[in-house]
Design a protein around this ligand. Sequence first.
Ligand code: PLP
Length: 392
Amino acid sequence: MKNTQVNSLTMPVYRDAGFPLDNAETTRKAFNDELDPRRSPELYIYSRYRNPTVVATEEQIMDLENCRWALLTQSGMSAIDLALSIFQKGKKTGKWLFFNDIYGGTNSFIDNVLIQRRGLDIHRFCSIGERYDLGELESILKKLKPEMVYLEIISNPMLSVADGEAIIKLAKKYECTVIIDNTFATPFLWHPLEHGADLVIHSATKYLSGHGNLTAGVVCGNNSLLEKDAIEYRKYTGHMLSADDAYRLGTMLKTFEIRFTRHCENAMKLTGILTGHSMVENVLYPGIYTHSTHMEAKKMFGERGYGGMITFDIAGKDRSAREKNRDKFIRAVADFIPLIPTMGDAGTILLPVEAVWGDKYPLPGMIRLSVGIENIENLEKVIVNALDSLNG
Ligand code: PLP
């Protein structure tokens, strides 16, 4: 039975794998139209190519990101694969420069897939401490002549803010493609495409969906040639998001801005509590002037906020005391703040940094907090009580 239109406000979940095309003439037309990457064709063919429910959610993301196209994928990692792969040209692929302070999964993808399996010529640009030296970046761009530059605006777990504006300007001076993973900053804080980036990626598993119960990714852009390549790559590799998940993401996106405002407000308030507590040694949050990249954050994010992530270090007289205090803190908050290896959920969750990053950040007391949208008084009480129970 065909779908008949009813007076509903929402795009239904179109679960069709293939769409009925009736006869040879409409089939020919549908396949011809498929080569033209319009947002909403008259005829859909097959859900791995394009699906009306997915298109409707993509349009919501286009509004948020203020861009001409957005393509949803099943995860942030598939969005990263898509965004990078469309620039691969077999043996003619040039050098790609990746900033080093990026998501560990992306770094593993670079090592295991781009270098080991695809044999690409990959280079890394390293931060000095928590900052990227733009003078050094320029000399690398001049010497190396990479085709592409890839970075994240807010790093993890140190929450350093890269000066996206200056980096894009520099990369463009040397004619590089710029791809930005904007998962931590979200379209609420910064729009890389408006500053000249070529593609923006989000893990929609995080703030865009925001409830810790959906895995998705998205690639956004303005250039229609890249859009065509991206549609084709998604079709060939099957990176397409399901209609059910697109529908759920569409619902969650309706509250994205209000949620993210609250994430930022709660994080800012908690930062005040943490910095004032004797059992906390170091608080990393780009919204406070003690953070090494506060000036960059202020310049780029303005009054909008500074994100929902805080990293802090629990005190202790030596390494073993810090480990004990960390474990005690995690146990004390567990009912309210579970240890879950993700971020951007509506509920506050935490991660012990050393257990995840090992030698890269070997600080036994360090905790990464993904601050949720709960009642802030309750959240403060839970954290202060847990910190008060620790031994100095
Ligand atoms: N980008 C960033 C910054 C991330 O933190 C993550 C995951 O944690 C990803 C990409 C990958 O996203 P996903 O887990 O949805 O594949």
